[in-house]
Design a protein around this ligand. Sequence first.
Ligand SMILES: Nc1nc2c([nH]c(=O)n2[C@H]2C[C@H](O)[C@@H](COP(=O)(O)OP(=O)(O)OP(=O)(O)O)O2)c(=O)[nH]1
Length: 137
Amino acid sequence: MNSRKTNRIGIAVVEHQRQFLIGVRPAGVALAGFHEFPGGKCQPEESTEACAVRECKEETGLEVIAINELLYEEHSYDHADVKLHFWLCRPAQLPSDLTTCNLQGFHWFPVESLPELQFPEANARLIDLLVSAFSVS
Ligand SMILES: Nc1nc2c([nH]c(=O)n2[C@H]2C[C@H](O)[C@@H](COP(=O)(O)OP(=O)(O)OP(=O)(O)O)O2)c(=O)[nH]1
């Protein structure tokens, strides 16, 4: 019998002027060293949207507003089965120094650079989607 737990994950794909807020997973956690969007496991009864907003605030300090769910992806890693809900988010306030303020190790990356970063496997379709939706043609 498969007794692995499947985690619901809310992820904040925060966009500002065609740049995205991205960090690197720290040492000692699953997928350490991979790039990631802010996010994490949903609490019981918490919506994936609320989770994405909460995790973004906790991990980066930035308040965001969820706009719409961009993509839903199910994936089995060695460490867990995950149900990933990627939410397009925007900063709730726009201070003039948004791109230079301290975001707790997260940084803004232009959409064109996303294919060069090393994301977890389950992010592949999201990256394709972002590149086609946000690149200037
Ligand atoms: N945050 C984040 N997680 C991702 C991305 N892509 C992806 O496959 N994941 C996976 C990695 C993990 O298996 C899961 C996120 O769970 P986590 O363990 O980082 O969440 P958490 O912060 O609630 O963890 P915890 O330390 O509290 O247990 O989603 C992504 O872009 N961002």
